[in-house]
Design a protein around this ligand. Structure first.
Ligand SMILES: [Cu+2]
Length: 185
């Protein structure tokens, strides 16, 4: 396994590129965490959501009867209360990069409600890859964690983990291309 990986690394990337790959992999993860917490807000609505809520409440005033206006506003308030709650429960996002032919990092520990965003931006257009759940906690559907198979460097695949446990991912085109995600409560 390790000999195979070494062969892959030296065959496809130079030693300098490997160092670069590690550096690059570290940066977006850190950036994503920072921007993730900025978007998420510990409680309440995002700026965009607040604006939308205001607009929707205003639209309620156009209803024909007082009763309908009241009902409409109640629905809008309920909807955004739910969104606010979702924001509070939102975790951080970790970026995992796909390369020819490995995941970086290949082991990731996260918490329930955290997300992983797989990025194809380092796939230099030579090999198509996918993210496929090979084995996950019971009750987790394989389909819900299966990406497209693509060489498109603009493609990303993001999933939020709501069930704790160990997830084994594989690229079905490259059987040594695996990664484990450990999700704790
Ligand atoms: Cu692959």
């Amino acid at each position: 396994m390790s000999a195979l990986l070494n062969k892959r690394l030296s065959g496809i990337l130079g030693a300098g590129l490997v160092a670069l790959a590690v550096g690059v992999a570290g940066t977006p993860a850190a950036a994503a965490t920072a921007s993730g917490s900025a978007d998420a807000q510990v409680s309440g609505l995002t700026k965009k959501q607040k604006k939308k809520k205001k607009k929707e409440l205003k639209n309620c005033d156009k209803k024909s009867t007082k009763k309908k206006v009241k009902k409409c506003k109640k629905q809008v308030n309920k909807k955004y209360k739910k969104k606010s709650k979702q924001n509070a429960n939102q975790g951080k996002t970790v970026v995992v990069n796909l390369f020819d032919n490995f995941f970086q990092p290949s082991q990731q520990s996260i918490k329930v409600n955290d997300s992983i965003k797989w990025s194809w931006k380092n796939v230099i257009g030579r090999e198509a890859h996918n993210v496929t759940l090979d084995k996950g906690p019971s009750g987790v559907k394989r389909d819900s964690f299966t990406s497209y198979t693509t060489v498109d460097p603009g493609y990303t695949f993001k999933r939020t983990f709501t069930t704790p446990g160990t997830y084994a991912f594989v690229c079905t085109l490259h059987f040594g291309m695996t990664m484990d995600v450990k999700v704790s409560k």
